[in-house]
Write a protein that binds this ligand. Structure first.
Ligand SMILES: NC(=O)C1=CN([C@@H]2O[C@H](COP(=O)(O)OP(=O)(O)OC[C@H]3O[C@@H](n4cnc5c(N)ncnc54)[C@H](O)[C@@H]3O)[C@@H](O)[C@H]2O)C=CC1
Ligand SMILES: O=C(O)[C@H]1O[C@H](OP(=O)(O)OP(=O)(O)OC[C@H]2O[C@@H](n3ccc(=O)[nH]c3=O)[C@H](O)[C@@H]2O)[C@H](O)[C@@H](O)[C@@H]1O
Length: 458
């Protein structure tokens, strides 16, 4: 099929690259000329494992342009995958989406070929209906259909999630979802050769193709993210109780997660969720509920817990060091999670700003996100060329992102360069043994000193 993807961010580029790999003819459009120029030269605008290689596997099936005109005129389907960032009040900003929609509809007026408009951006319920109304007002109802096709990929695992999804959700009329079933046929019946080194996961079963109405598809996207965010805030609250009563949240999570009604995933306690989606989508759902006359109390608590959770690291640091002024602090990890250089809503940024404001000398390290972080952090922050340089002479180290480089660190070496061997692990990710003699503090696991774990009330 001839596919046009509008927006070449994490979602658009992943969608375009994977459909090109599956032998569709893909044109990716972006208003950012610099991005288009880079992509045309084979340079990735962001870090996503395997994406660069995937695009190079089908160079004849994918092209990049900043002009939507030709791409839309030729297309069987047009994806919208532009950003829907949060406004000040939490509502999603739909300016980019409607600008792309208006432009596309303008071109569709001059085209007789049937076209399906597929919205992949995360949008409030009713947005698809609004697009549909615009299509009808333009007199295109007989040849243009509008569907919602929410995206569930995770950054850092975008290709894996795209080739091996649990479900593909399509909201819209039957004829349009039939077109998408053909478009995604290779994924739905897994009739492609895996482009990923990992291959098809053991025990993987074919994805469900879920046909629903457009509004349910739109709401399901927010509901999925809100539920996952709720699991994280829940386990973080349990972790905070663990710290006070002398229990280990890792053990508690293991026990509750063994119940299939709860499930083991998204029960990793730490300093909370970040990224471009959970924070924005939870606020958006709260806004949607609110403006429709419903006070979503549970969701408000999820958001509130997450906002304070990151600062638990600072409290723990004060407890240990008393005063932060003049102290040297190493920060390991800047991106909002491993496998990405994305810093949107990354807890590292407010944490580092707080440390600097308290007078601490901060050295940071991240395997991929340092270049992007430079623009967001105070000038006094030192960007270390390596992990040991970051830790050198540190009074304490904060582990913010659980990159494998950090979790596999040689503890002996780490201790040998630090002034005080104090590590606060915001992800409970370090494997610290009895003999390490590290002052190790996690989230909801007490403090490990030479006398074993010590809890707040002991
Ligand atoms: N990042 C993620 O992991 C996921 C994101 N989503 C949703 O997908 C949507 C896109 O997210 P990302 O890919 O992260 O966004 P992004 O911010 O990485 O990329 C959006 C792209 O759209 C381009 N753009 C904006 N207006 C345009 C226009 N009128 N015409 C052409 N290009 C235009 C921008 O220049 C940018 O390159 C959002 O609604 C997000 O909530 C959904 C699932 C996963
Ligand atoms: O709508 C989106 O954009 C996407 O949002 C998330 O994906 P992503 O933000 O890439 O990352 P996750 O792996 O879900 O992690 C989000 C945050 O939660 C944190 N997290 C995750 C799991 C956990 O147990 N504990 C925890 O603190 C991570 O550190 C990270 O900061 C969802 O997992 C995707 O399904 C969804 O498509």
């Amino acid at each position: 099929m001839k596919v046009t993807v509008i927006g070449t961010g994490y979602v658009g580029l992943t969608t375009g690259a994977s459909l090109a790999y599956l032998n569709h003819e893909v044109t990716c459009v972006d208003t950012d000329d610099r991005k288009v120029e880079q992509l045309s030269q084979g340079i990735m605008p962001f870090y996503e494992p395997g994406l660069h290689e995937l695009i190079h596997m089908r160079p004849d099936h994918i092209r990049f342009t900043s002009s939507a005109w030709e791409a839309v005129m030729d297309a069987d389907v047009v994806f919208f995958a532009v950003g829907t960032p949060a406004n000040e009040d939490g509502s999603p900003n739909l300016t980019f989406l409607f600008s792309a929609v208006e432009e596309t509809i303008g071109y569709l007026r001059m085209k007789s070929k049937p076209t399906v408009l597929i919205n992949k951006s995360t949008v409030p319920v009713g947005t698809g209906d609004q697009i549909d109304r615009k299509v009808k007002e333009a007199g295109l109802a007989n040849r243009v259909m509008v569907v919602s096709n929410p995206e569930f990929l995770r950054q850092g695992r975008a290709l894996f999630d795209t080739f091996y999804p649990e479900r593909i959700v399509v909201g819209g009329e039957q004829a349009a979802s039939d077109v998408l079933e053909t478009l995604y046929a290779a994924v739905l019946n897994q009739s492609f050769e895996s482009p990923l080194l990992t291959g098809r996961p053991d025990g993987y079963s074919l994805p469900d193709y879920i046909r629903v109405d457009r509004r349910s598809a739109e709401l399901a996207k927010y509901a999925a993210n809100a539920f996952l965010a709720m699991k994280i805030s829940f386990i973080n609250e349990i972790a905070n109780v663990c710290d006070r009563v002398g229990a280990d949240v890792r053990q508690v999570a293991g026990i509750i997660g063994a119940d299939p009604r709860i499930g083991p995933s998204f029960l990793q306690a730490g300093i909370g969720y970040g990224g471009s989606c959970f924070p924005k989508d939870t606020r958006a759902l709260q806004f949607i509920a609110d403006t429709n006359g419903y006070d979503f109390k549970l969701l408000s608590a999820v958001i509130e817990v997450n906002q304070s959770q990151k600062f638990i690291m600072i409290h723990k640091l004060y407890e240990q060091l008393g005063e932060l002024a003049g102290k040297q602090i190493a920060v390991l990890g800047l991106s909002f999670k491993p496998g990405t250089d994305d810093l949107r809503e990354a807890p590292s940024i407010p944490l580092i700003r707080t440390l600097v404001a308290a007078g601490a000398k901060v050295r940071v390290h991240d395997p991929v996100a340092m270049r992007k972080a430079a623009a967001l952090l105070p000038d006094s922050v030192h960007f270390a060329g390596g992990i040991l340089e970051a830790l050198s002479q540190a009074d304490a180290a904060l582990l913010i992102t659980e990159w494998p480089e950090y979790t596999s660190m040689d503890i002996g070496k780490l201790k040998s360069v630090m002034r005080r061997p104090l590590v606060i692990d915001g992800r409970n990710a370090l494997n610290v043994s009895e003999h390490d003699e590290l002052e190790y503090i996690g989230i909801g696991i007490g403090m490990k000193g030479t006398a074993g774990y010590v809890y707040a009330n002991e």
